[in-house]
Design a protein around this ligand. Structure first.
Ligand code: CA
Ligand code: CA
Length: 159
């Protein structure tokens, strides 16, 4: 049966502490067509890190310090989903906020669920990286604070 939602369960390992503060933010960069040559090139806003490794069709942000909350007015338990508009680097548009409660924080991680329609009715098979960043108060944000997998390393893959 074809699923119509993308469920993302993200858990810290037992060897690492997990904290999600008021200024914390996470971004999933999704290469939904599994083609590094299409979409936003790489995993940072300058198209430098991971250029040639991942080509991003959609970004999904969440956390009270994320653009979902600070820029797009989400309530902290909503994610923002933006498609790559292109053609140049870092041109994303057409933001959609996911339903309230679609982001759920648990003891050691977070669950995010949203319709596949928000990622172009993708089949759910995709490549991804996970970035953390933070809000500096108002609109300024940090750059990428951490990245999984590390820059230049192969992305994660849902097959
Ligand atoms: Ca792509
Ligand atoms: Ca796909």
């Amino acid at each position: 049966m074809r699923t119509t939602f993308l469920w993302v369960t993200w858990r810290a390992s037992s060897s690492s502490s997990f904290t999600f503060g008021a200024s914390s933010a996470v971004q999933f960069v999704l290469d939904t067509d599994e083609n590094a040559a299409t979409g936003h090139q790489g995993s940072d806003s300058l198209c430098t890190a991971d250029n040639g490794v991942i080509g991003v069709e959609h970004i999904v942000d969440f956390g009270t310090g994320s653009i979902a909350s600070v820029v797009y007015g989400g309530n902290g338990i909503q994610a923002s989903v933006l498609p790559f508009a292109g053609p140049s680097c870092n041109q994303f548009g057409g933001v959609t906020l996911t339903a309230s409660g679609s982001v759920s924080y648990v003891t050691d991680g977070v669950d995010v669920t949203f319709p596949l329609a928000l990622v172009g009715n993708d089949d759910g098979r995709l490549r991804f990286k996970v970035l953390s960043y933070g809000n500096l108060g108002g609109n300024p944000f940090t750059g990428v604070l951490d990245r999984m997998s590390e820059a230049g390393q192969p992305p994660g893959q849902v097959q």
